[in-house]
Design a protein around this ligand. Structure first.
Ligand code: HEM
Length: 517
């Protein structure tokens, strides 16, 4: 009898403890955070428990509109992030909103961003814990997700992989892979099919490029990883989710388990590729193998002769996934959006072709020659301004950040930086903000933006994109090859529907009418 009483007591105590833990983290902590933020002067749309502002976000997102090819408007903020555009009208460019019980500080004010970020080092920023579960199968603990001293160590190992000599070594592979895509287009046109679905073509070619240049993978393995990553991305980010809602991950259990399964399969494939490369490096004594990203990550010594700091096997797998995803999609979409804008502005197609003729002439298209294409650089910058393929940047505050005398951003607050809003803000860019005008980058790396923090296609501070030089080279090589072989115009079947699925993409593809030159 006494034993039964003791057991009942223990069970009641355990249940009460668990209930308290759940209430504490789902109710007490968020209320405390809410009060702290209010005291510091941050307000926003009133949240409800336990969904925060998610219902309103989903409702507003449903009314978004797409337009036919006759009207390609670059004024995209209110269709890409309709809820933020609406809240901005009531609360300004800095406000609080809630994903479930997680507070987010929304920032679309470059001056405010400058103020709060100037004293924070790259390693001191956190990445929102609330997204980590979601993004784990995609990026693991790769450079995009790690924090603190681990981030410093990863960044140190990875940076040399993007040295100019390594980039140069990749350029011939890029030319070869792009040429085979263009040959395929020529065959399609010769067989009477002049309308080509460009987004799909470019994204898969960029996937092939990163597979070959980064990992020396054969096409078959590259395509397998690429297909699984794409399925995982659609599983995780295409449909509605309940990020930040207590027990939200159980509401989408099927999706999450599927993503986890795909993540494990990709890990296994990448691990076998890494092991194979390690074996071949041991047999051949390194040398040539350093010429791709994986070779550099595995090398005992970096190109500058310094002893490399090593990553563990699981860290290597995560970095490979990060490169694979980060390395192809953003660049491919930058090229895709460029082809859309050049289709709508044939004058710029002509300008770029003339530049290629004058600057490269009969020389080979490679890393050195494309680096001289200045106008193409302006076009890339302008495209990434109007259609930033990484449309937002997220942080989590580790330790209070003082804003001014009266206000701090409390430890643990998540930050959502709306890059699309800042790139389309007429206050900083002027009245022609939504016009495609590459010349605004002629004299100024920031395109004449009134505030340097108002142009952030590759992020900011110490955590700025590590692959930006690689992506500029790939962009120029692929664009030069396309422009010298084809002219193009927009298909009447195009529907302008820029949407975010992690990256900013034309959700209904990009059909173009291609004509050989
Ligand atoms: C047009 C092409 C690209 C765009 C627009 C882009 C954009 C960005 C942005 C905005 C960030 C900052 C994220 C943050 O602060 O949270 C970032 C970081 C990063 N990017 Fe890119 N990226 C591009 C190409 C690439 C390529 C080609 C690679 C690799 C092969 C790459 C790898 C990375 C990595 C590893 C980070 C994390 C850096 C860190 O946190 O230290 N990116 N990128």
């Amino acid at each position: 009898m006494a034993n039964l009483e003791a057991l009942t007591f223990a069970l009641v105590a355990l249940f009460s403890f668990l209930l308290w833990r759940v209430l504490y983290s789902c109710w007490v902590l968020p209320i405390r955070a809410y009060r702290k933020l209010a005291i510091n002067g941050f307000s926003g749309p009133p949240p409800s428990f336990p969904l925060g502002n998610i219902v309103e976000m989903k409702k507003t997102a449903k009314i978004k509109s797409c337009s036919s090819s006759l009207t390609v408007s670059n004024d995209i903020h209110s269709s890409v992030f309709p809820y933020f555009a609406q809240w901005q009208k009531s609360y300004g460019k800095v406000f609080m909103y809630w994903l479930g019980t997680e507070p987010f500080l929304y920032i679309a004010d470059p001056e405010f961003l400058k103020k709060i970020s100037s004293g924070v080092m790259g390693k001191s920023w956190g990445k929102p814990n609330v997204f980590k579960y979601d993004r784990k199968p995609m990026f693991g603990d790769g450079l995009v997700m790690v924090e603190g001293d681990d981030w410093v160590r990863h960044r140190h190992v990875i940076t040399p992989a993007f040295s100019p000599s390594n980039l140069k070594a990749m350029s011939s592979m890029m030319v070869e892979t792009t040429r085979s895509m263009l040959d395929r287009w020529t065959n399609l046109i010769n067989s009477g099919k002049s309308e080509i679905e460009i987004e799909h073509e470019i994204v898969s070619t960029a996937g092939e490029i990163i597979a070959k240049t980064s990992f020396g993978m054969n096409i078959k393995s590259g395509k397998t990883v690429f297909k699984k990553l794409r399925t995982m991305q659609e599983t995780l980010f295409k449909s509605s989710r309940y990020v930040g809602v207590p027990f939200g991950k159980y509401m989408c259990l099927g999706q999450n388990l599927e993503a986890e399964r795909l993540g494990k399969e990709i890990d296994a494939l990448l691990l076998s590729i890494i092991m194979e490369r390690k074996r071949s490096m041991a047999e051949n004594g390194g040398g040539q193998e350093q010429q791709n990203l994986l070779g550099v990550l595995l090398a005992e010594k970096h190109v500058d002769g310094q002893k490399g700091r090593k990553l563990s096997m699981s860290e290597l797998v995560d970095e490979c996934k990060t490169f694979f995803f980060g390395g192809h999609e953003t660049t491919a979409l930058a090229i895709t959006w460029s082809l859309l804008l050049l289709a709508v502005h044939p004058m710029w197609q002509h300008e770029l072709r003339e530049e290629i003729k004058q600057v490269i002439g009969d020389d080979d298209i490679d890393a050195t020659t494309v680096a001289r294409l200045k106008k193409m650089g302006w076009v890339m910058n302008e495209v990434l301004r109007l259609y930033p393929t990484a449309p937002n940047v997220q942080r989590q505050v580790r330790g209070d950040i003082r804003v001014d005398q009266d206000s701090v951003i409390p430890d643990g607050t998540n930050i959502w930086i709306d890059v699309v809003a800042m790139h389309h803000d007429h206050e900083f860019w002027g009245e022609d903000v939504n016009q495609f005008n590459p010349e605004r980058f002629k004299e100024d790396l920031h395109g004449g933006c009134q505030n340097k923090m108002g142009y952030l296609p590759f992020g900011f501070g110490g955590r700025m994109c590590v692959g930006r030089n690689l992506s500029a080279m790939e962009y120029k090589i692929v664009m030069s090859l396309i422009l010298t072989r084809f002219s193009f115009s927009l298909s009447p079947n195009y529907t302008h529907d820029p949407s975010v699925m992690l990256s900013l993409r034309p959700m209904q593809g990009l059909p173009l009418i291609m004509r050989p030159l």
